[in-house]
Structure formats: C-alpha cells, structure tokens
Write a protein of this length. Sequence first.
Lengths: 484, 388
Amino acid sequence: MKTIQQIIEHFKTVFNNTSDLATREFKTKDGTNAVVIWIENVIDQLLLSQNVIGPLQKFAKIDERDVITQIKEEFIAFSKVSEPENEEMLIENILNGFCAVFIEGSDKALVIECAKWAVRTPAEPPTSAVIEGPREGFVEDFITNMALIRKRLKTPNLCIDKMKIGKETNSQVRIIYLKDVADPKIVKKVKQKLQEINVDGIIDSHYLAEFLTKGKHSIFKQIGSTEKPDIASAKILEGRVAILVDGSPIVLTVPFLLLEDLQSSNDYYTTPSRATVLRYMRLTAALVGILLPGLYVALLTHHIKAIPIKLLITISNSIQGIPLTPLLEMIFIIFLFEVLYEASLRMPRYMGLSLSVVGALILGDTAVKAGLVSPPAVLIIAITGVMSYTLPEQSAQISLLRFIFTILGGFMGIFGLIVGSIFLIGYLVNMDSFGAPYLAPFAPYIKADMKDGFYRKSFKQMTQRPQSIPNTNHRRQSNDGNKQ
Amino acid sequence: MTEINSRQFIIIVVFLMLTSKLVTMPSIVYSAAAGDAIFSIILNFLVELLLIFLITLIIIRNPHTSLFELLKRKLTVVGAVIVYIILTLYMIARLTLCYQELYSFFLNQLYDEFSPLMFAIPTFFVTGYVAYKGIRSLGRSLEIMFWFILVGTIISMISNIEYLQFDQNLPYFANGIMPVLEGSGRSAFYFGNSLCLLFLVGKVEIKPNLLKKTILYTILISIFIVIICFIFYDVFGKSMQYVLFALSEYSQYDPFVLELQRLVWLTSIIDITKLFCSTICIIYCIGQANKVLFQTKTTLLPILIAFLLIFSLATLLHYDLLIMFELVRDYLSFITIGIIALMLVICIYLTIIKTPKNVDYQEEQHTRKRNEPIFAKTGKLNENTKKA
C-alpha cells in the first residue's frame, strides 16, 4: 500500500511532471493523510474546495468498511462519483475534469466530477441563419449539444451511444438515433466504422466525416453536417443517425442525400409554395453557377454563331483589345475570385470589409480599365459567385465544378459541356451514403419522397418518413395528419 | 439479382425507342417511301411493339435468370453463343452508326472543324464509364436525363406546328403498298434497338403491371415519334430526303429561329444528349455480350475492344455519315430484318416453350460453372441454383 507521497510522485511521473497537475494534501478528522489530485483550469475550484476538500476534512472513519466506500456512500453528495476499476480509467477521469481522492490506508481511489470547461452560450450559427425559426446553434461542448437535441426529442426512444476515439485526444463521441426509426444496420455500420478508426486524435467532427466517407477522392461530401439542433433533430426523426464529437459545434448525420443541401431549414418555417419556389431558385442558381462560365467560354471560342446578334455586338465591343483568350481570361478571374474569397475568410474581420471593397472596386474595375479582362467575364463570375452561395453547403463543390466545366467548355465547346454533364450524372448516380442512393429521390425516383424534394408539400401531406433513407418505421402520422 | 426497378426499365425502353429514330431515320424512310413514309414507320413500330412485348414477357417470366442461361437451357450452349454473336454484331453496327451520327452532328451543326480524336477520346471515356458502371448506373442516369430530353423534344416539335402543310404528301398510297414496304425494309436497322432489352433479362425488378405499363409507354412513344415524323414530313415535303439531321434541321425552317439560331442549338444539344444515351445503352449491351462470350470478369475489356472496333470502322468509313447512310439503307436494314425475324422466333420460343423440369443437375452445374457465377452479387444463391 502506497503512502500519499508515493501516490503524488507516481501521478507526477504518469503525467510527465506537467505543471497543471494540482494536488492538495490534507488530514481527515481522524488524522488520516489524504490527497486530492486534479488538472487545473478544467475544475470548478470553488466546488472542489467547498464540496470535496471541506467535507473530507471533517470525515472520520465510521466502521470497518473501506474508507473510500464509506466516503462514496455516506459522505459525498455528488451525482457523478465512482471508484475506477484500474489506473487507466482513473487517469482518463482526471483528464475529463474529475478530481481523484486518495486516503492513506485504502488501495482504492474515488473520482468526483467537478469539471468546468469553457463553454460558449448557444447562439445563432453564422452559416445557417434563418429569418423565422429557432436561432439556437450547437456549441463546442457536447453535453450542451446533447441537451439541445434532448430538448426537442423528448422520447425514451432517443438512444445515445458512447464512444471514444483518438489515442491522444480520447475524444468523446456520441451516436444518436431513434430506436424504432433508424435502421439498425446503419447504426451498426456507423459504430463499426467508428470503432475501426485508429488515429492519434480527433479534433473536430470533420475528421470523423472523412473516416466515414466511402472512397478517397470524391469531391462530393457524403456525410451531412449541421450546426443547428432543430435540423439535427429533424434528421434524427427521419431515421438518420447523428454523430456528436466533443469540442465540435458541427453535428454529423448519416445517410446523406444531395437533396439535403437543396433544402434549407427556412423552407420549413415558411409556406410550402414559397419553399418550393426557393428550391427551384436554388437549383437553377447552382446549375448556372456551375455552367455559365463554361458556356460563355464555349460560345466565344467555338460557337460564336449561337450568340444572338445584338448580344454578340455588345460582347465583341467589350472584348476588343483583351490580350487573353476567353478561357484564360475566365480562369484568371475565377482564380482572382477564389483568392479574394479565401483572403476575406482568413483576414481579421475589421479588414474584411475593406478587402471586399478593394476586391470589387480596385481589382475588378481597374482590371477592366487596364484592358486585362472584359466586363462580361467579370460580370459572369460575379453572378456565378453569388449564385453558388445559394447552396452554401455545396459552394466548394460548385466552385470546383465551375472551374472544370470552364476548362471543358474552353477546349471542347458545347461537346465538352455535354460530355462533362453526362459524366457528372453518371458519377453521382453511382454514389451512395450508408446505403442511401446519393441522388434519391430523383434517381432512383421515389414518388413518396418527392413531397419534400423539388417541391415541398404541407406537413399534413408528409405522412411518411423519407423512403430514400433506410428506416424501420415509415409512418410519420395518420393520413389526415391528426392524432391516431 | 435485380438491378433496376420497373420504372427505370420503362425509361430505358423509351430511350431506346426515342433516341435512335429522330436523327437520320426519317430521311431514310422518305427516300424510299416518299409521301407514304409515315406508314412505313407505323409498320415498323408494330413489329417493334411485338418485339418489346415478347422481350418484356421473357423478362417477367425469368426474373432471376440471365439471358445466356435461358438461351443455354433452351437452345444449348452453341445456340446461345450464336445468338450472342448475332446480337453483338448488330449492336456494333448500330453503335458505329450512333458514333457517325454523333460526330457528324458536331461537325455539321456545332463546329467548323472537329478532330475525330478530340471526339473519340472523351466520348469513349464518358460513355464507357457509365456503361462500365452497370445497368443500375445507366437506369438512374437516364432517369435524370429523361425529363430534360422529353421536354426539349416536345419544344422542338411544337415550335414549328404553324408551318405544317397537310397537303404536302397527299395522296397517300399513290403507288400502292410497295413503297411502304420498301421504306419499312430500308429503315429496319433503326428498329432493332429493342434487342438491347434482351440483355436486361434477370435484372429487372418485376412489378405486377410491368407488361401493361411497358406496352402503354411503347405505344405512347411510338405515337409521339409518328407525330414528330408526320410534322417533319409535312413541313419539309419532298425536300426532306436531303434533310439528314431531322429535328435540328427542322427547327431551321422557322425564319425567326433561323435568324437567332437558338432553337437549332437547343435541339442540337437535345439530339446529342439523346445520341449519347443511346450509345451508352448499346455499349452496355455489347459489354454484357462480350463478357459472356469471352468469359471476362468485368466488362472493361469487352467495352475497350468494342470501342477500338467501332473507331476503326468509323475511320474506315472516313467518319462520313453519307456512306453509313447508304450502307444502312442498302444493306444493313435488310440484314436487320433477318435478325429481327430470327429474334422474334427465338423470343416466341422462349416465351412459349417451358423449361423442362428434370434438367440434368450435373449438366446444369457444369454449364453454369463455365459461363456464369453461381452466386449473385449479394452472396446469396440464385433462385435457380436453389431449385437445382
């Protein structure tokens, strides 16, 4: 049996003499030596001194039972108190905001949760603003995130399974699903894939997303992500599985369909007709965002006859004296646009505004005046740039596709665009996310799911859960939308 | 193992019917049957309808059996191989025409100069990729493109209705029934596309009303094509035998469109997409046929060989559509009549004659081992294997 000093020395060695390992030695009422060990900055100091050390100093052995057991059963009033089975568990608890109590004469230890992590208050996420609707967003603390989901899904069927990933980070991961709705095969597959991850650390949920993605080189995301608890809850209700990672405000959801990015949480907080119009608008904007620069380059380079005569005269006047070919000119502007976007993301916020002014006025206007680029080309990239952000979750993919289609249009004209489009369709229809076809409910066509596809019908008419996503209970409500 | 649902099957049927008949076919029929061309087309459609009916029936009756297995059981291995060779040769000829049509389209409608190599490499890559990915990929891709193509075709069709001159081709049957039969015979090559459906045996999810729906859609599409051809003939009249690229040329008739050239472009793009789809369907079939014939594990090599063959043929024909046009009209169509007649007989035989129940188990196992994997993709035993 070790003395208190030996225990302290042992833990200092285990934690490599880290400076934030704190110890507090004291004597109990009956004179027994004791020590409390914890990691500074992750513990609520007041709670520790008032509710752990203070009471322990007044503790005196009552009977012949082990002192730790006595303290646990009769002396400490915390909800999360346990006796770790081995040293590994003990260290893990200390790292997770527990304090460890050792009493001389006992070979056991007691861990008590006194964690106080830096947590931000749930606020509206900058990436998913809504006009009308809930403004809460996930935060970096996964306990708060779980509470935000629980707040919306008050059912015993909501299952939250634990997991830890990362040899060094020991990141807490939670798998959330509705027991009688989510397909058990998908839940099993998710768990299996997560268990197979053998990595030193998981810092954010995006790390996990890459491990869960099938194939290494796909430019399309196959895992859904959201920062809003209302969206996550709605997806869980549809039979999807949500994955929470401690330290990340992004919740992953699987299976993921491309359609999900066409939908917005705003769609469900407005009238169905308005939502339908918005969805068509988004789809059109995305297609224009991908194809317009390529089409412009293709028409100017290969099919000048196809441009209406008045438009052709206007364009001809604008491109006179431009030293670059339409393809090079377009690539140059796309590159400039992407650089501006990237710089504005990384620059300090107070500089962002001036950068956008510089980008728009100085670079754009001066480049046109200098005769390096033509106004139609700048206009096209400006239009497509704006349009690609109607689907913010897919903006990266749209940017990449825009670039590819511009090159195809420049080299091969309309033929290149057609070939590229057919290849893209062929590629997308082959993709699937955890058994759900990526382009469902369009290919394969699932009539029932079209109610929330290109158009949105009223909630009364959405009597079934999406069939595109494997689930064990299709029915959402009785046919008339009233209580059964 | 079923790979496509009944909706996708019907869309494939529609595509195979629609895509191949609106480019050079109307011109060929008119050159043979003149004003009675429309009746030749109707006659061919009746034969095609019968073919599709029989093939769909075979598909319904053999939901878990591949075409080769079925042919082998009823016509022996030699018979099956012969049928496969005939089908492959027809498909290769058909595909060569598709490529010629596609290339000529680009050259005449969209580009002043267009290198055959620039055309061949991307076309091979894209069509080969979709076909290689299998029938499920093909079915889903066509599902996405279906509405775009249908709407585009309808827009092209109705845009010139005001220029119809119904008396252009009157009187009908002025030279008796012979021109109708000649027109029918000379355009038969275009009506054999449905033979591709044979390769879908055992791959379609069977729904109770599949036959009814297939026939209904076949009739509707036939009527649709007949209407397009009717409008086409009544707009162009006698000059139409020189109009090779049906829909695209047809839109040029509109003086407004002629000035702006936009509808021509729209129809050209739609026609090209249709031709691509048709090409992918045929490549898939060639891949499947050659996979069985050459006993390869995947369709990659068969598709590659087919492409090399087709591009060699196209190069031999100097990528000249007119040479192909004459070949089709004077030779290939008549050969196709023979192939269609043979396939009709085989289809009737496959439909009527039931498989003998007491097939020798060892022989069954032996032939199966040689020609097809016993296990389906899922790892479960095929229904027939279970029965055996």
